[in-house]
Design a protein around this ligand. Structure first.
Ligand SMILES: [Zn+2]
Ligand SMILES: [Zn+2]
Length: 155
């Protein structure tokens, strides 16, 4: 399901700029492997896990290790270039979209989709002496495909 390949060299070349720019603007030194991981996240909005990123990039970057992917993601999250989601209790998921939005996870197939949120859903800080740095909103249910499967099974 996550086998969206970026091994196409031309596409890779074209996207290099975007990942590079994101890294530099968040104060991250742009090594080739970091650029590749950042690009992967920008191009594959599937909220991938460490393993998905590793297995998709490894054929193109044989020097890549799972640890490098993990450590790179840690830096990207720390510097705010990427957000980490804990919607999947087994694996952390990563999202290049750092604008406020909610997430939906299908309880049957496990796919994760973006949901738009209204600006006013962001809670007010001033009533308490706190500072909100991050908002995570998770919804669970069944995706359209799984709903269809369930319905056809029941009829
Ligand atoms: Zn589903
Ligand atoms: Zn998202």
């Amino acid at each position: 399901m996550h086998q969206i390949k970026i091994c196409n060299y031309y596409k890779y070349k074209m996207s290099q700029e975007k990942g590079y720019t994101r890294l530099v603007s968040h104060g991250i030194k742009p090594s080739l492997q970091r650029i590749a991981i950042m690009n992967y996240l920008i191009e594959n909005r599937i909220h991938p896990t460490v393993d998905m990123i590793f297995s998709d990039l490894y054929p193109d970057i044989p020097t890549l290790s799972r640890t490098t992917v993990y450590n790179t993601l840690k830096i990207l999250v720390e510097q705010g270039a990427v957000q980490m989601l804990t919607i999947d209790d087994k694996n952390s998921r990563y999202d290049a979209d750092i604008t406020p939005h909610a997430h939906f996870r299908c309880s049957k197939c496990g796919c994760i989709k973006d949901l738009p949120i209204k600006e006013d859903i962001i809670f007010k800080e001033d009533s308490e002496k706190i500072k909100i740095t991050e908002v995570q909103l998770y919804c669970k249910g069944y995706c359209a495909q799984c709903l269809k499967d369930i319905e056809t099974k029941n009829t």
